[in-house]
Write a protein that binds this ligand. Structure first.
Ligand code: NZQ
Ligand code: ZN
Length: 381
């Protein structure tokens, strides 16, 4: 086992109706005024907006509304949020929505206490302060509810980059599986692909990993696959939504990579170019990139690919495991080729050039230069 430090400061409150506790939770933390961040309207349609507002009113918490967050949040809207948070002198940022809302809320929290334009924190400047972030999650996928990442797209430069800081872990995240009943089949499938993606990055790329960690990853994958199939049949199955939701949280809260030696996130690095340039859902982009990446990468680290085929699908070769995962993505109606989302193969060099920028920022450009990224994407053509 490789040496590690592990500290996850987010408190999770999990279960039915827990969102009604938000006013009390904020009051106990001494918060009197929040920036209430949400998306394009799903929380208004579901009635969640009203329940949250009522809880805040009951505890006399001042509320500055800031809706309209894009799926794949944008820098321009984030900057507006930063301006509003500063003008209104809020004590905290409350995010109610999916990963996009949580991520933009985290970025606003950083920008509000920062001494420079918020984008600088995405391109290397260290975060030195952030407003406290609280969240009520409505879509299980990204793990943002229990991690220190915030991903935002700079629409002028088409760079989809992230802030990574211990200061943006939510203080408290409320997870009520019932709030995810209304997530449609396409986003349920994309969420499944994303959660699986989060655990297989290190599983496939690592130099070494403890058996405990491999087994943890395999459990998360099989749980996500089984519950996805149940949810697609019965969208309001509490237990399936609950296990799916918690599996997605565990997939990117740091627990699966403790003790794992040398790993990277190349599928995410490449996918972020797809969603930055074509505004496709993150999980859809991953379903295209992952099988391509696996075909390109598996000769470089065959052990985990063979293990994956056996443990997940009961198959005896790396190639068969890759094929089976791709077929499963197709079965849940996720796209598996660039053309499935209307991206022409002629764009591959342009995408690879975009990806090379993020590879450099993440320090993985020795392996993933523009030529390597293009080679990988050709498997998705
Ligand atoms: O905007 P609204 O109206 O809320 O609609 C959203 C959006 O259209 C809708 N939705 C959310 N909850 C719903 C619902 N519809 C019905 N019922 C509900 N309960 O679903 C759509 C997608 O929402 P979004 O938040 O964009 O999805 P997701 O949670 O997958 O977040 C994706 C973003 O997170 C980033 C991605 O790159 C992408 O920008 N990621 C964040 C990570 C992190 N912070 O750690 C890691 C990931 O790898 C990922 O990069
Ligand atoms: Zn992801």
């Amino acid at each position: 086992m490789f040496d590690f430090e592990f500290h996850n400061p987010t408190k999770i409150i999990f279960g039915r109706n827990k969102e009604t506790l938000i006013g009390q939770i904020l009051t106990e933390a001494g918060i009197r005024k929040v920036l209430f961040v949400y998306g394009k309207g799903s929380i208004k349609r579901s009635g969640l907006f009203e329940r949250i507002t009522k809880s805040l009113e009951q505890h006399a918490i001042g509320t500055i509304e800031f809706g309209g967050v894009n799926s794949n949040p944008l820098l321009s809207h984030t900057r507006e949020g930063v301006r509003l948070a500063i003008e209104e002198d809020v004590d905290a940022v409350l995010a109610v929505g999916g990963g996009s809302v949580l991520d933009e809320a985290k970025a606003i929290a950083v920008g509000a206490l920062g001494n420079t334009d918020v984008w600088n924190y995405f391109i290397g400047q260290e975060v030195s302060a952030a407003l406290p972030v609280y969240s009520v999650l409505t879509l299980a996928a990204t793990g943002s509810e229990m991690n220190g990442n915030a991903v935002v797209t700079n629409e002028e430069t088409q760079q989809k980059y992230n802030i990574a800081s211990p200061l943006v872990y939510p203080q408290v995240s409320i997870l009520n599986p019932e709030l995810t009943y209304s997530v449609p089949p396409d986003y349920t499938a994309y969420g499944a692909v994303d959660a699986i993606a989060h655990v297989i990055e290190a599983y496939f790329t690592r130099k070494s990993a403890p058996l405990l960690q491999d087994r943890l990853v395999e459990n998360i994958i099989t749980t996500v696959m089984e519950t996805t199939e149940q949810i697609l049949q019965t969208p309001d199955s509490y237990d399936a939504r609950a296990e799916f939701m918690w599996a997605a949280t565990l997939a990117l809260n740091g627990i699966t990579t403790v003790g794992v030696e040398e790993y990277s996130f190349p599928n995410h690095m490449i996918e972020h170019s797809l969603s930055a340039m074509y505004n496709i859902p993150h999980g859809a982009g991953l379903a295209i990139v992952i099988p391509a990446f696996m075909r390109w990468f598996h000769p470089r680290n065959p052990g985990p690919f063979e293990r994956f085929a056996t443990m997940i699908f009961g198959l005896d070769s790396a190639d068969a495991g890759i094929e089976a995962l791709e077929q499963w993505f197709a079965r849940i109606q996720a796209p598996i080729r660039l053309k499935d989302v209307g991206i022409p193969a002629g764009d591959i060099e342009k995408i690879a050039a975009n990806g090379a920028g993020l590879a450099k920022l993440w320090g993985i450009d020795a392996t993933y230069d523009q030529a390597a990224i293009a080679e990988i994407l050709k498997f998705a053509a």
